[in-house]
Design a protein around this ligand. Sequence first.
Ligand SMILES: C=C(O[C@@H]1C=C(C(=O)O)C=C[C@H]1O)C(=O)O
Length: 358
Amino acid sequence: MTLESLRIQIDSIDDQLLQLLNQRMEVVRQVGELKKSTKSVIYRPEREKQILDRLHQASTGLLTPAAIDAIYLEIFAVSRNLEMPERVAYLGPEGSFTHQAAESRFGAMSDYIALPTIRSVFESVETGRCRFGVVPIENNQEGIVNETIDLLLEKDLLIAAEAQIPVHFTFATQTDVLSEITHIYSKDIAFGQCSKFLRDYFDGLPAQLVPVESTSKAAKLASQHPKAAAICSNIASKLFGVPVLFDNIEDTDLNRTRFLVLAKDFTNQKSGHDKTTIIARLPNTNKPGVLAQFLQEFDARHINLTKVESRPLREGATFRYWFLIEFEGHVEDPGVQEILKHHAADVKWLGSYVKSLG
Ligand SMILES: C=C(O[C@@H]1C=C(C(=O)O)C=C[C@H]1O)C(=O)O
């Protein structure tokens, strides 16, 4: 076999793939028309999950499930844009971890806009300027993002999907002589999350740690100063063209951040691997046992709670709370229906969506 003859085979397979992809797009276009006539939603994460699961099972060749996901994510993104372009807002700047999370859901081909604050992402979806908004909700080392939780109570948005991504930091710089580096830029919490690396490589060296608003800003600064470095995401170092000297410099490789995809009106059909988020403003939470009794209702129906987060109600000079509660299951499950009916006045459903496995 010569290289040339192998490449002839590849070209012929690509022709077939292209033809099949165009055929797929023709069917997708028809789905789009059907959805328009019935005013149904374009993005159906539970259907995409079903397709991926089926393909993982069906695949007998060299492609791993992760490779299948990566390829199909872009096919889905192109398909959805063909049905109807839907703009996705995310907490910027470009190159942020939220950008990375948004791409992990919507692919590289979607129509994105980076917004400066979590509130502005909520508002862009609320006003209809964007169809979806991606914001961080929690990091497994740093805890919850209070601003996101509070806006879930304040605004009338729903959760369409979640994404979990591992947080890897890279050390990007134009020089490869560590003792020449004068400044290391990053976000303050990133310094904390890479403390072991900084100790091992920079103890006794002159580099100063300079906190800036975002890891993307850090990458930009490192691109402008030959003796500066940035601790940033991989996507940011690529975006600003700063060479990566070390990858995965975080203290723990278990560092993960969870993000929510917000939408104004959205319902997912049941996938069998769902999670539901609700807000509970229970009356008399200062009376003993009110929260415990409420949570007991989930236990009694064998519903597995995955999160109970309390936030101050900020009503006068009292210590009263509301709760963000997450559990396994879908809003259509009979047990969930019972609880929601029973507490119709105190509970707001925020969404049932496919559970992210990370
Ligand atoms: C084509 C559809 O719309 C979107 C695109 C999909 C696809 O490319 O297969 C799957 C689900 C939706 O997000 C559909 O709902 O079937």
